[in-house]
Write a protein that binds this ligand. Structure first.
Ligand code: PHE
Length: 447
């Protein structure tokens, strides 16, 4: 008898889960500060171009591999290229997902700490300069950092034990709409603050001088990170899609919603930052050191702070869920483990590595490789090596090696494949994406 494989219950659920994967710290934490540092509107313009030329085609390449086979990444590649060694790429993806999930969870742990401190009221009432010290004290405390990281991962893996429909889809279907509601309420509030137009000007007026080549490369890398590309997250999710879903339409919807959240995060942050006279180019510290000071200057600051960190929590949990699903599906299908055992194995490994990352800001801060602590090293390897090389592989594999019939069948809507869609996907996968990725890699290696 054939095993009945899990699948998403509805198309809405499938989209919610994929948007949940895409929308994460990348949108709310990284995108705004990168836009802030790299010329606002100029960066946004280049970013959106990257989404169209790189992001959507590479999403499609992952969707084609996953949906045509309904298997985990290894099973899928074995079925699509029987007898070849290409399926070993699965190990690369699984390792990449574990590495990314590990350092990412440490930041999610910070989010829970801030949520907790905001709820107890302890985050409030500091002078604006004190938030830097508050953050430094916190990451300097091994026990707090490790405990929050582990708590976050326990919540994440508890959801994973519930399975694809109840866990992954169920959580995304609740959290994604809530995330949009919170974002919109926040943006409306920011826009009503006095002087908010200065923030909008800063975010949207294009300053190409401040962008430079570095900004262009950052925008390309950000598109990969934000759309969850390169480590088979979307191969795994699309293996649970139903056969009649119009893939191209879904890919465009996911990329659009993801970009919308990134832009709304900018609209939430910059008008408020300007309105209260803070520094908009604070970089990665923006969310943890500048925003708390901003919130507590607003009327109802207690609630705004809680709401903001809740927003970050929802966004990040649905992303780590998608990262965890990659090794779990792989273990259940390739090693015939039960879902419970597979989840436990992943949890043990990710918790161990994440603990090292959390300790790299305090007890293990002396352990460095090429000048980077363990956290920064895994961040660097995860974002630059795994996602980019993985994206390069899937683009080249689908663009040059996969049978054209498979691509056409997957692109078909009601039995017809639009030649415009087919050519757009193929040209971008064959030429645009590989060249762009090689440029980014070259830039990172020589920088
Ligand atoms: N896209 C997520 C974010 O923007 C991160 C992520 C990367 C999730 C790779 C899954 C896979 O934060």
């Amino acid at each position: 008898m054939k095993n009945i494989r899990a699948s998403f219950g509805t198309r809405m659920g499938a989209i919610a889960a994929s948007v949940g994967s895409a929308v994460g710290l990348g949108n709310i934490w990284r995108f705004p500060y990168q836009a802030g540092e790299n010329g606002g509107g100029a960066y946004i313009l280049v970013y959106l171009l990257c989404v169209v030329l790189l992001g959507i085609p590479v999403i499609m390449s992952e969707f084609i591999i996953g949906r045509s086979t309904h298997k985990n990444i290894q099973g899928a590649l074995r079925q699509l290229s029987p007898g070849s060694k290409i399926h070993y790429f699965a190990y690369f993806c699984v390792l990449g997902a574990i590495v990314i999930c590990s350092f990412y969870s440490v930041v999610c742990g910070w989010v829970i700490e801030y949520l907790y401190q905001a709820a107890t009221g302890a985050l409030a009432g500091h002078g604006s300069e004190d938030y830097g010290r508050f953050f430094a004290d916190f990451v300097g405390s091994p026990v707090r950092c490790v405990l929050w990281t582990i708590l976050f991962l326990c919540i994440n893996f508890a959801v994973m034990t519930l399975g694809v429909r109840r866990g992954v889809e169920g959580v995304s279907r609740v959290m994604m709409p809530l995330l949009f509601v919170i974002l919109i309420v926040f943006c409306a509030n920011s826009l009503m603050l006095p002087g908010s137009h200065k923030g909008l000007d800063f975010l949207f007026s294009p300053n190409f001088k401040a962008l430079g080549w570095e900004g262009v490369v950052d925008a390309m890398g950000q598109a990969f990170m934000s759309l969850s590309l390169g480590v088979a997250a979307l191969v795994t999710f699309s293996s649970y899609f139903s056969d009649d879903t119009p893939l191209m339409k879904d890919a465009v919807t996911i990329a659009s919603l993801d970009s919308l959240v990134a832009l709304l995060a900018g609209v939430l942050i910059f008008p408020a930052v300007f309105s209260f006279g803070f520094e908009p180019t604070a970089g990665p510290k923006l969310v943890f050191e500048v925003l708390p000071a901003v919130f507590y200057q607003m009327p109802g600051g207690y609630w705004w702070a809680i709401l903001f960190f809740l927003l970050l929590f929802f966004a990040s949990l649905t992303s780590t869920i998608s990262l965890s699903e990659i090794p779990i599906t792989f273990l259940t299908e390739e090693f015939k483990m039960s879902r419970g055992l597979a989840t436990l194995c992943c949890a043990v490994v990710v918790i161990a590595i994440a603990t090292l990352c959390a300790l790299s800001f305090n007890v293990l801060s002396d352990v460095t490789v090429a000048g980077m602590n363990i956290f920064s090293l895994l961040d660097f390897v995860g974002s630059n090596v795994f996602m980019l090389l993985g994206g390069l592989f899937t683009a080249i594999y689908v663009g040059w090696f996969l049978r054209k019939k498979v691509i056409k069948d997957q692109l078909a809507v009601k039995g017809r494949t639009s030649s415009l869609t087919y050519n757009y996907v193929l040209v971008c996968l064959r030429y645009v994406a590989p060249v762009a990725i090689l440029i980014i890699l070259y830039y990172y290696v020589t920088a």
